[in-house]
Design a protein around this ligand. Structure first.
Ligand SMILES: N[C@@H](CCC(=O)N[C@@H](CS)C(=O)NCC(=O)O)C(=O)O
Length: 274
């Protein structure tokens, strides 16, 4: 039996749900409401000591970290394979999950926070806001949240996230030109699944074009990914109309800042190459 501790529009949970759909697996979903801080409940912390979603429990065994959960699912339920058989291609596939875990995740968190949740937090009573900051055990995560709360899209953490997306989309364009239409060739793999929620969030915020409009292979990849049935049923169809309209409403408010920072990142990269 599979149980997923899950929360609606969480990118990490979306990765796992797309994988579950691609494998045609059934699972039970348990909602951990991040807005009510349920991730810090003692009972949940026993399953996931990091106080985060997702957590997958398979026959009583908890597995944490979305990248590891997706790999676990591919090993435990081998058909259809979401990892290429060739070890070289497997390494290439894992480069994408590394890129997501080491840059895009922070990027999407800070961009989403500066566009949407910052305003919500501004409207909280001071005491609740301070409790939210205190609740974050990891000092690095707390610094990020406080900086983006203060500075919005001008926070260095948002700028680092924008630069991480720029590196990823540049590499995606080059990779797809060589091996497309999917990242490791003819079939969708865990590399594509890792990236889908991170492209989707930018798309729903109305920001994706700022990075990809001049990258035709990425545009084609995203058109293909958006129509992939497991993407639709594991991500798109599970987003509520209220969530869509919140993203549509708030994303464009940071578009000018984001566009300006992307141009700066591109100028600096070009200057460093000379
Ligand atoms: N590296 C972890 C990150 C998990 C993570 O940060 N999840 C977010 C939702 S996308 C969360 O639970 N946040 C709760 C919090 O920050 O308090 C993974 O990939 O599973």
């Amino acid at each position: 039996m599979l149980t997923l501790y899950d929360f609606g529009n969480s990118v990490c949970c979306q990765k796992v749900r797309i994988t579950l759909r691609a494998k045609a697996l059934d699972w039970e979903s348990v909602k951990v409401d991040l807005f009510k801080a349920e991730q810090y409940d003692q009972k949940y912390l026993k399953l996931n000591p990091r106080g985060m979603v997702p957590t997958l429990v398979h026959d009583g065994k908890p597995i944490i970290e979305s990248t590891l959960i997706c790999e676990y699912l591919d090993d435990a339920f081998p058909e259809p394979r979401l990892k290429p058989a060739d070890p070289g291609l497997q390494a290439r596939m894992r480069l994408w999950s590394k890129m997501v875990d080491e840059g895009l995740f922070e990027g999407v968190t800070e961009l989403s926070f500066s566009a949407m949740f910052r305003e919500r937090m501004r409207n909280m009573p001071e005491e609740i806001r301070q409790r939210r900051f205190r609740n974050i055990g990891d000092p690095r995560r707390r610094d990020r949240l406080m900086s983006t709360y203060e500075l919005g899209a001008r926070s260095p953490f948002v700028i680092h996230g924008i630069a991480a997306y720029e590196r990823a989309f540049k590499m995606l364009e080059d990779t797809l030109a060589e091996t497309g239409p999917w990242i490791v060739g003819a079939n969708a793999s865990l590399a594509d699944i890792s990236l889908m929620p991170f492209a989707a969030r930018l798309d729903y915020l109305g920001l994706l074009d700022l990075w990809i409009k001049d990258r035709p292979h990425v545009v084609d990849w995203w058109a293909l990914a958006r129509e992939w049935p497991s993407f639709k049923t594991g991500l798109h169809d599970l987003i509520s109309e209220a969530e869509f309209s919140e993203m549509r409403l708030h994303g464009p408010k940071i578009a000018d800042d984001v566009g300006r920072i992307i141009s700066e990142v591109r100028r600096n990269t070009a200057a460093a190459a000379h």
